[in-house]
Design a protein around this ligand. Structure first.
Ligand SMILES: [Zn+2]
Length: 493
């Protein structure tokens, strides 16, 4: 059960349920929250009155220096001045991941008169691309300040206890992803937050800086971590290990499970394990985040919907898969994001790769406006589209893996299997298995090394490689064609 922690003058906390009234009490109890003119509490009309001029200005920036959209607009007969309010958005065709991945530089704004705020502050990467190279997403100094405001408002929205000890359980990946780095920034923008870092991740033999899950467990216990951020299934695996070891996790109050769906049964499972380790009814939250928004949409309470924390930065819409037209509130379709105030990578009507639903109604739990997702399937917000697959919390494109395997010398046939560490346990970690039927006479050790290297580049993951007979993958007596990609994971709902 989620509660708000209202800080008392003696530093203790009063715990209250999430209601619009208590949300206001919570905001009033923290100076920085009270002083923030947060558009999520504005009327829907006032929010739109802010967004339209931002969109108009963004379109001027696009006409000034965005290679991809300038040419897309020309192809579609769109003239400067045709796009002035968000009602004009539907004139713009949808942008798909494959467009962006094919030429990420064409999505980077190149203003004719840049200022110091246009200098690149950082680059993070989405995984998978048509070329097999992670796709860069550039943020300028201007953008970064917007992201910091987003994080501040997200922490406020998620109801983090002020002065919390925060545990960053995202892995430090081989290339920078938003997970670890945005969770790091929580320490900058959370009120009084103290951050700790698990620093797990794939080791680098030359610089053995990465740390173990045991280290993370020790840190949570001895550092008395209160708020966690990480990939849902990784945190659950950590919880299972810690529970077996009889750890004391009594400090844990709030878990932000990100990167993948965290349905009801998985939340209950995590909460029960935490309770068994002494935690008092912790809030298991499932925020919806992705690289192209550089942060996450948090829940104000369990299953409230994931709120857009920054209507001044992003406009979200759900569109029909076939027609590209916006669908009504509550109807399912493709999630799309439009940037309203960005100077680095700029995306318009960008299809994130998930199917879900949204509402623009005021949230009955916290009283916020600005749009939020609603439960689309069972107890989850979004399901995957066919183009990309979510594995270990990361969207990957199986097509790149297929391409890499098919082009490896000695591979006669192959099969890519998405599965679970334990198929009986739908919330256990994802696993990637690649079965290879080698041609006679090829050095399988060498092939394995080559395939691992290709997979690392393509999807930043290691696979279990198994060399098998041709019949095991493809038996023409029972199947008409080879199934090269299998997803054995149970469907969550
Ligand atoms: Zn709410």
């Amino acid at each position: 059960m989620s509660v708000l922690y209202i800080r008392q003058s003696d530093g203790s906390f009063e715990k209250v349920p999430v209601t619009p009234e208590n949300t206001q009490r919570y905001i009033q109890s923290v100076d920085l929250y009270r002083e923030d003119d947060d558009p999520m509490f504005w009327s829907k009309d006032k929010i739109r009155d802010m967004q339209d001029p931002l969109f108009k200005r963004q379109m001027e920036w696009v006409w000034d220096g965005h290679d991809f959209y300038k040419s897309l607009f020309k192809e579609n007969g769109i003239e400067p001045g045709d796009l002035t309010t968000l009602d004009d958005l539907e004139k713009i065709p949808l942008t798909y991941k494959k467009d962006y991945m094919a030429d990420p530089d064409a999505f980077k704004l190149k203003p004719s008169e840049p200022t110091i705020l246009d200098w690149i502050f950082e680059v993070t990467y989405t995984t998978g691309s048509t070329t097999g190279v992670p796709t860069p997403f550039w943020s300028t100094i201007h953008d970064e300040h917007g992201i910091w405001q987003l994080l501040f408002r997200g922490i406020k929205l998620g109801g983090f206890p002020p002065y919390a000890r925060v545990m960053n359980l995202f892995p430090v990946g081989p290339v920078p992803h938003i997970g670890f780095f945005r969770a790091r920034d929580i320490g900058m923008w959370g009120v009084g937050c103290l951050n700790m870092y698990g620093c797990t991740g794939m080791p680098n033999a030359e610089f053995p800086v990465h740390r173990s899950m045991d280290y993370a467990i020790d840190l949570i216990e001895s550092g008395k971590a209160e708020v966690w951020l990480g990939i849902a299934s990784f945190m659950r695996r950590l919880l299972m290990k810690a529970e077996q070891e009889g750890r004391d996790f009594s400090s844990v109050k709030h878990v932000q499970a990100l990167g993948e769906a965290c349905p009801q049964a998985m939340r209950d499972d995590m909460r029960n394990r935490l309770k068994n380790m002494g935690a008092e009814d912790p809030f298991i939250s499932n925020s919806y985040g992705f690289t192209e928004m550089q942060g996450a949409m948090p829940e104000c309470t369990e299953f409230s919907g994931c709120h857009n924390p920054s209507p001044n930065l992003y406009f979200f819409e759900v569109v029909d898969e076939e027609t590209g037209k916006r669908v009504a509130d509550g109807e399912r379709g493709l999630f799309c994001i439009t940037h309203l105030n960005r100077r680095g990578t700029v995306l318009l009507r960008y299809v994130i790769g998930d199917i879900g639903a949204m509402t623009n109604e005021t949230c009955p739990h916290c009283g916020r406006n600005g749009g939020r997702t609603v439960i689309a399937v069972g107890s989850t917000y979004a399901t995957r589209t066919a183009e990309l697959v979510k594995l270990k919390g990361t969207l990957i494109n199986p097509e790149i893996m297929r391409d890499g395997l098919a082009n490896t010398p000695g591979v006669q046939e192959y099969q890519i299997i998405f599965t679970k560490k334990d198929l009986e346990d739908p919330y256990s970690l994802d696993d990637l298995i690649v079965k290879i039927a080698p041609e006679d006479g090829f050095d399988t050790k060498k092939m394995e090394t080559e395939i691992q290297t290709k997979l690392m580049t393509a999807v930043e993951m290691r696979a279990k490689i198994e060399f098998v007979s041709m019949e095991e993958i493809f038996d023409p007596t029972v199947a008409l064609k080879a199934y090269r990609v299998l997803d054995l994971r149970p469907k969550l709902d």
